[in-house]
Design a protein around this ligand. Structure first.
Ligand code: DLL
Length: 437
């Protein structure tokens, strides 16, 4: 038991924030923000942008002054590739991660030893919030490598006192074997890959509901309540949402509590959230839907001030704690499709398809522009193999469901189970075949 106390100690020190009042939290944020802005001013790119905006870091007096600071975007990282956004000498950087990005060079992020310690503590807090306990075994199926998912969870779970099973993504047959043999309590994995693992249990004739897994920490991609219900039904566990992004730290920015399952609590003692109108950049009041902007308050190697995440959500009041929550991410502004003038997010199509029990939650969206108008074809798997006429009836029903829920006319192709390639990490749902303009 003595060993357990030692392992739990560093975490407990960081948990007083759970009971902090709003005033205490805001005072802490202001103090840290002043420091973070000074740290950012060490980076030439920030200094240049602050000067251009007429911002003097020493003038920063209240959290409200944050509005005056310029946004940071992926473009800033691109222009300063690979290490130009770092605020410390390279000799103080103990780790590099990178996010692949859809176009061009990857976004490179760096961590000092202190950053890794902070990240581990925040991941440990996230695992505990989800309902994990020191001593639990955690199967990590997020990819290891430059992606922050695998190693972020790995360090956090070790710090918390879990037994880590560092499986990484892929080799789905083996994932099932390891779950059966090692009997983990927790699994960290993208929701789409967890469904692929559930399918593999079925294929091997093993009842996934009988597995030892109690909690899944799912994130790194948008997912819906329908997918959560599907995962929980098929695997008999609690699937909880975990959010983060490389530029800000990795996973561990916000976490859903297992006890309340009511959206993601943002770890506001380290990350200050704002919601802006993505078109105008205007800061919107809490409760409004818009783009999430995050400022890291305590990072050393790579300060991030007002980073435009492109993720669309809304801020909700804290539930029993001062730190605010955010709603499940609706999608990324980059993923929004405009089909004949109607804005559509893949997650809305996913939610509509869930209205038809005979359809599986495996789908892709193909966007084409055969004439001058964009067209959307939804390819979705049926749960069981169907005769072509039955599949067509089902497809027709899906067309109506999508029209009714999303307001857009699509064609739907219902295909046999297993036709759509499974992701081993982040699912790619949209295939855009429109000519580049
Ligand atoms: O995906 C970090 C992460 C790893 C989060 C493991 C959770 C679990 P990036 O590769 O930089 O980092 O991608 C960040 O993924 O801006 C969102 O668009 C999306 N994303 C992450 N978590 C969620 C989530 C990691 N829970 C980008 N729901 C973010 C919806 C998410 N989207």
């Amino acid at each position: 038991m003595a060993g357990q106390d030692v392992r739990a100690a560093p975490l407990d020190r960081s948990e007083s924030i759970e009971s902090a009042s709003l005033d205490e939290l805001r005072a802490l944020q202001l103090k840290r923000l002043k420091q973070a802005i000074k740290g950012a001013a060490l980076v030439p790119q920030y200094r240049k942008k602050f000067t251009a905006a007429g911002v003097v870091p020493e003038d920063f007096k209240s959290l409200n002054d944050l509005k005056a600071l310029p946004f940071t975007t992926k473009e800033d990282f691109r222009q300063n590739y690979p290490f130009g956004m770092f605020a410390v000498p390279m000799s103080d950087v103990v780790r590099i991660h990178a996010s692949s990005g859809t176009t061009g060079k990857p976004t490179v992020v760096g961590y000092t030893r202190g950053d890794i310690e902070l990240w581990s503590a925040l991941m440990a807090r996230s695992i505990r919030a989800a309902g994990g306990r020191p001593g639990d075994k955690m199967h990590i199926a997020y990819g290891y490598g430059l992606f922050t998912g695998g190693l972020g969870f790995h360090y956090g779970a070790e710090y918390f006192g879990c037994t880590v099973i560092p499986v990484s993504g892929g080799f789905t047959e083996r994932q099932v074997q390891l779950i059966v043999d090692f009997k983990p309590d927790l699994i960290a994995v993208t929701p789409s890959y967890l469904l692929a693992i559930a399918d593999e249990f079925d294929r091997q004739g093993i009842d996934a509901r009988q597995s030892s897994l109690r909690i899944a920490l799912c994130g790194a991609e948008p997912w819906t309540e329908a997918i959560r219900a599907e995962i929980e039904r098929r695997m008999n566990l609690q699937a909880l949402n975990v959010y983060g992004l490389s530029e800000v730290i990795g996973p561990g920015v916000a976490q859903e509590y297992g006890a309340t399952k009511d959206g993601l609590t943002i770890w506001e003692d380290h990350f200050f959230p704002e919601i802006i109108d993505p078109e105008t950049g205007e800061v919107l009041p809490d409760g409004s839907e818009g783009e999430l902007v995050l400022t890291a308050l305590t990072k050393e190697a790579m300060p991030v001030i007002r980073y435009r995440t492109r993720d669309l959500t809304r801020l909700l009041p804290g539930n029993g704690r001062a730190m605010r929550r955010m709603e499940r991410i609706k999608g990324r502004s980059d993923d929004m499709l405009i089909i004949r003038g109607v804005n559509v997010f893949p997650s809305q199509i996913e939610a509509a398809l869930a209205g038809e029990e005979a359809l599986a939650p495996h789908y892709i969206l193909e966007v084409t522009r055969p004439d001058r108008l964009d067209e959307l074809e939804v390819v979705v798997e049926t749960r069981t193999a169907l005769r072509p006429d039955a599949a067509m009836v089902l497809a027709d029903r899906a067309v109506h469901l999508i029209k009714a829920h999303v307001g857009v006319t699509t064609t739907v192709r219902a295909v046999a189970p297993g036709t759509i390639e499974r992701s081993q990490g982040k699912a790619k749902r949209v295939i855009d075949k429109r000519p580049r303009t």
